[in-house]
Design a protein around this ligand. Sequence first.
Ligand SMILES: *[C@@H]1O[C@H](CO)[C@@H](O)[C@H](O)[C@H]1NC(C)=O
Ligand SMILES: *[C@@H]1O[C@H](CO)[C@@H](O)[C@H](O)[C@H]1NC(C)=O
Ligand SMILES: *[C@@H]1O[C@H](CO)[C@@H](O)[C@H](O)[C@H]1NC(C)=O
Ligand SMILES: *[C@@H]1O[C@H](CO)[C@@H](O)[C@H](O)[C@H]1NC(C)=O
Ligand SMILES: *[C@@H]1O[C@H](CO)[C@@H](O)[C@H](O)[C@H]1NC(C)=O
Ligand SMILES: *[C@@H]1O[C@H](CO)[C@@H](O)[C@H](O)[C@H]1NC(C)=O
Length: 378
Amino acid sequence: MASLYIHSLLKLAFLCSFWPIITPLSLNYPAVFNFGDSNSDTGGLVAGKAFPLTRFNGQTYFHEFSGRFCDGRLIIDFLMEAMELPYMNPYLESVGSPSFQTGCNFATGGATVQPANAASTNPFSFNLQLSQFFRFKNRALSLLSKDKELEKYLPAEDYFRKALYMFDIGQNDLDGALYSSASEKQVLDLVSKLMSDLTYGMKRLYDAGARNFWVHNTGPLGCLPRIIATFGKNRSNLDEQGCIVSHNRAATVFNQKLRDICLQFLAQSPEANITYVDIYSIKLNLISNYSLHGFQPPLAACCGYGGPPLNFDTRIPCGVSKDLNGTIAAANPCNNTAEYINWDGNHYTEAANRFVVDQILTGNYSDSPHLVTSPFVN
Ligand SMILES: *[C@@H]1O[C@H](CO)[C@@H](O)[C@H](O)[C@H]1NC(C)=O
Ligand SMILES: *[C@@H]1O[C@H](CO)[C@@H](O)[C@H](O)[C@H]1NC(C)=O
Ligand SMILES: *[C@@H]1O[C@H](CO)[C@@H](O)[C@H](O)[C@H]1NC(C)=O
Ligand SMILES: *[C@@H]1O[C@H](CO)[C@@H](O)[C@H](O)[C@H]1NC(C)=O
Ligand SMILES: *[C@@H]1O[C@H](CO)[C@@H](O)[C@H](O)[C@H]1NC(C)=O
Ligand SMILES: *[C@@H]1O[C@H](CO)[C@@H](O)[C@H](O)[C@H]1NC(C)=O
């Protein structure tokens, strides 16, 4: 371990000697390939499973159904804007001749790192997303070798090397384990397994020529209204923010190990760049300091039912109306989406996502050889 670490430090010193500008992250890539869950799904689950996402999703920005689990743009959409690239099309979209010239999104809502099985609600787990990527790449290169005109729709060959490979996955694995009351030991074992799957996937991509990696850690799972509604009845499970302790602890363990494997990967992959982004701290800061950042009390869903503090009822998710003993209970969106952190009990609002990306772009929440003051060098 020590020698790996030194190796990475030397490499950083080398990279940094070419990096005299103290600026935020440089984001100059011709294409992006993304692997993940609903946090970065730009329409994959809706395309792939005809998932019946409620019509309120998309209302703030796209003004139409966008296939995203959000009222507007996701973190990845704002990052694409920062890279001056178009929003990503999902690999699974088959209607409307989507262009994949600047990349392809393999993320789907509900996806896990662990391989899906017959009981999984989402079949497109990380291993399948990787297989989809390799199929995409082989198919694109083969089509391009026959018809150069297709460069309007497919990434040029050298884009695969120059592209940014992004990852935002793992939340559903933790969520599922804790839902079935995993012990701390079981969570630790699970996390090690997830780390070896993620490392293996990144290595396969690197061996196929990928060089630029960008990894989001997982957010404070215990602060989602759905989790609080489910596990917060016993108040001794809550921390000072009102979030569920065990879930945030599991997320923190996951993130520590994720950062470790990123460092190891960097050390073992001489030509790789990797940026590890601390989404957890950004979101926790937003939740803890919500009024400072212009938001309403942070633990309520904008689109839900039940009123404060959570405005979330597991029986009536966003967009659903139900007859409860003769009265119709409807989960409709709030009027002031921009003041809410949480959208539907499970996902963040566009306003919160914009806050997160503004923070990412300061560079203050990343470990990256892009940065002179990288915490890796400490
Ligand atoms: C609440 O949780 C604490 C700690 O996990 C436990 O000791 C206690 O028995 C629980 N109380 C109830 C009513 O379940
Ligand atoms: C790392 O990223 C920087 C900035 O995008 C780029 O100039 C450099 O070539 C990358 N290094 C490798 C090894 O790809
Ligand atoms: C909330 O803001 C204060 C003051 O800026 C800061 O010290 C603290 O770390 C923030 N809380 C979190 C959880 O980031
Ligand atoms: C509906 O009525 C039943 C029987 O009175 C009661 O147990 C249940 O809690 C009520 N449900 C709601 C949502 O009020
Ligand atoms: C939205 O605003 C309308 C008109 O001011 C009000 O009647 C309605 O109750 C509000 N809805 C919510 C969810 O706050
Ligand atoms: C980044 O963090 C440093 C050190 O805490 C702080 O001085 C600076 O203002 C931050 N930059 C931004 C843009 O938030």
